[in-house]
Design a protein around this ligand. Structure first.
Ligand SMILES: [Zn+2]
Length: 349
């Protein structure tokens, strides 16, 4: 029988030994959108052992331009991205263990999701597929605190960036960019759009770095921040070999400010959606049947295996989506106070 990885094993840089290491590897992918879908597909085809996919959102029509694992039926059914991705990936390579999680990664659960709490099975690598600067700084904290490498990737408009970060020896994200950009400072996919080839290139660069790290070729993953502008054919490599800073808050002082922001409930505006997510404090497991019957008096309710949706009756064009981790997405508003009051009114506190 011809091995499905034959062409990959032929590569002297990988070989049988590299393939064996890859198939034993556990990877956490945070975010399954433009970057995440490309990353997931390539890693699953390459034969990674376990891929845990964390994504909080559902598939929408505007995702299909670049999010390669999804199709029109996923958008029509508003399937959670992690679930739609897992379904498709299972058909691509059934020997890979896929763990889809429809949750929001935050300070309170990030270490657990990476298998870094007592009793957990530690991941070997974290891949950044998010579109949130704050989440990246949180991943950087997790990585530096526990010595788990992560691969940073970002894209917006025509531009993208990638860097493989391996603590403790190498510069971390905060050595290079000490603080995240303030709200509204940075263009987002929402305001600036995204050129799908940029996402595909950045994600491919991330996967190349990931495969190097997972097969033990750390040296080949480099010490470079790669930046590209595909419209103007510019690709720039900036060495970060001397960029590690003794006064870096994260890797120098070992203060994990983003990880320490645990606690209260949070509301977040969702990129590109005129929608607000409200997340309850602490760990919640919500009985969706109870939620569905509660919402029955408020509007037209639909229950799927992963969520409850409700179109609120009356003049307001509001749609609520409730997930079993207690999160509510309110579509039709960008007012977070209003979203919180809807949470209190329809879901309870
Ligand atoms: Zn640092």
């Amino acid at each position: 029988m011809t091995d499905r990885y034959h062409r990959q094993i032929l590569l002297p840089q990988i070989g049988q030994a590299g393939q064996a290491r890859l198939s034993a590897a556990r990877v956490l992918l945070v975010g399954c959108g433009a970057l995440g879908t490309v990353i997931a597909e390539q890693l699953v085809r390459a034969g990674v052992g376990t891929l845990r996919i964390v994504d909080r959102d559902v598939v929408e029509l505007t995702n299909l331009q670049r999010q390669v694992l999804f199709d029109e039926s996923d958008a029509k059914e508003e399937t959670p991205k992690a679930v739609a991705a897992a379904r498709r990936l299972g058909g691509i390579n059934s020997s890979v263990k896929i763990e889809p999680l429809v949750v929001d990664l935050h300070a309170g659960n990030a270490e657990e999701l990476a298998g870094l709490e007592a009793g957990g099975v530690r991941v070997d690598l974290i891949l950044d597929g998010t579109d949130s600067a704050e989440t990246r700084y949180l991943l950087n904290d997790v990585s530096v605190k526990h010595g788990v490498p992560w691969v940073y990737g970002a894209c917006v408009g025509m531009e993208g960036r990638m860097m493989a970060i391996r603590p403790p020896g190498m510069a971390c994200l905060r050595c290079i960019f000490p603080e995240p950009p303030g709200p509204g400072e940075l263009a987002t996919c929402d305001t600036a759009g995204v050129f799908s080839p940029v996402a595909a290139v950045v994600a491919s660069l991330q996967v190349a770095a990931a495969i190097k790290l997972l097969t033990g070729a750390d040296h080949a993953a480099g010490h470079d921040l790669l930046s590209l502008d595909l419209w103007n054919n510019r690709i720039r490599t900036t060495s970060t070999i001397d960029a590690k800073r003794a006064d870096c808050v994260a890797c120098g002082q070992r203060r994990f400010q983003f990880l320490e922001q645990r606690g209260g409930s949070a509301s977040t505006s969702l990129c590109g959606r005129n929608a607000i997510q409200v997340r309850p404090a602490g760990r919640v497991v919500m009985d969706l049947d109870v939620v569905a019957s509660k919402l029955g008096s408020a509007g037209v309710v639909e229950r799927t295996p992963h969520l409850v949706r409700c179109h609120i009756n009356g003049s307001e064009d509001l749609r609520l989506t409730v997930f079993s981790d207690g999160r509510l997405i309110v579509q039709g508003t960008s007012d977070s106070d209003r979203a919180r009051s809807i949470y209190a009114r329809y879901i309870g506190t």
